[in-house]
Design a protein around this ligand. Structure first.
Ligand SMILES: Nc1ncnc2c1ncn2[C@@H]1O[C@H](COP(=O)(O)OP(=O)(O)OP(=O)(O)O)[C@@H](O)[C@H]1O
Ligand SMILES: [Mg+2]
Length: 287
């Protein structure tokens, strides 16, 4: 079903199920790419990977109120459906873009997914309830689209970890694939929220990727977890206008912090605020 046309827009769960049913009847494999829209090349990398793995690619575009805190940017989150459909022309077959009422008839979901202890840390510590809301909507989307594979970005590493954990814990019949981070040439990880940044904030935002690089260089030199963390933190000390939320080096297999003298694989996670915009980034390390 490769096409240069804009994708079919599905506004209802019933229409999506019907498309899925007929694709399955024709023996086609289905990929799902869950997004909140305001699409950029990071999202398109997920779509391209979905194309490699399946015959039909469905992109969901839904700004999920359940995963935003009361003081977060749900109301002002960028909603750019026409531009998103144009960006997906020729790559996605269908876009599932439901209203909040379609996804949560009668208000919020009574039944929710609880993410477990890793979700209390890092992003979850700063955004209470975020991961329960995310996993709840991802469960709904997986049940609606019943994909063979669902694609998530490594940019949101804790999210990808928790989705994989949910799929394993609840025996959901889907393969979860994490796609590498797409960056600007200067290192900034693409994110829909980057469009909130002013020109000067855009420069300050490079502190996140610069900190990851400094930590990476330390680990490449054979330095310890503690030294790599210190090298990353030093970049933030030089930029007091960037408010660090957390910088931590975790074991990618458990998402628990690595001991200062640990050896093996690590993953450095960082979150910081530039002006009113909260950004995250991460990179693999080896000790
Ligand atoms: N730079 C990127 N590289 C790879 N995947 C990405 C990138 N940015 C986002 N994604 C992935 O796209 C999917 C949808 O994410 P989402 O719609 O929240 O976009 P976003 O850029 O993370 O926006 P925001 O920063 O506002 O949360 C997620 O799986 C996310 O990890
Ligand atoms: Mg996001």
């Amino acid at each position: 079903m490769t096409t240069t046309e804009t994708p079919t827009v599905l506004e209802t769960i019933a229409a999506t199920r019907e498309l899925v049913r007929s694709a399955r009847a024709a023996g086609k494999r289905i990929a799902l790419v869950p997004t909140m829209g305001a699409l950029h090349d990071g999202h398109l990398a997920l779509v391209a990977r979905g194309r490699e793995l399946a015959d039909v690619v469905i992109v969901s575009i839904f700004v999920n109120p359940l995963q935003f805190g009361p003081s977060e940017d749900f109301e002002r989150y960028p909603r750019t459906l026409d531009a998103d459909l144009a960006a997906l022309a020729g790559s996605a077959d269908a876009v599932f873009a439901p209203t909040v009422a379609e996804m949560y008839p009668g208000g919020a979901s009574q039944t929710t997914v609880h993410a477990g202890p890793v979700a209390e840390r890092y992003e979850g510590a700063s955004r209470p309830g975020h991961f329960d809301g995310m996993l709840t909507v991802v469960s709904k989307l997986l049940n609606i689209a019943q994909p063979d594979v669902a694609l998530f970005g490594q940019k949101d590493a804790q999210q990808a970890f928790l989705v994989k954990q949910m799929v394993a814990d609840l025996n959901l019949p889907v393969r979860i694939e994490a796609v590498p981070i797409v960056r600007e040439l200067d290192g900034l990880a693409l994110s829909s929220r980057n469009r909130y940044l002013s020109e000067s904030e855009r420069v300050l935002a490079l502190t996140l990727s610069a900190a990851l690089r400094a930590a990476r260089e330390a680990s490449d030199r054979g330095e310890s977890v503690a030294a790599a963390r210190a090298a990353g933190l030093a970049r933030f000390d030089q930029q007091p206008d960037v408010r660090l939320d957390y910088l931590v080096i975790v074991d990618p297999a458990t998402f628990l912090p690595l001991e200062d003298d640990a050896t093996g694989d690590g993953l450095i996670l960082v979150a910081a605020r530039v002006g009113a915009t909260r950004l995250i980034d991460n990179a693999p390390l080896h000790f």
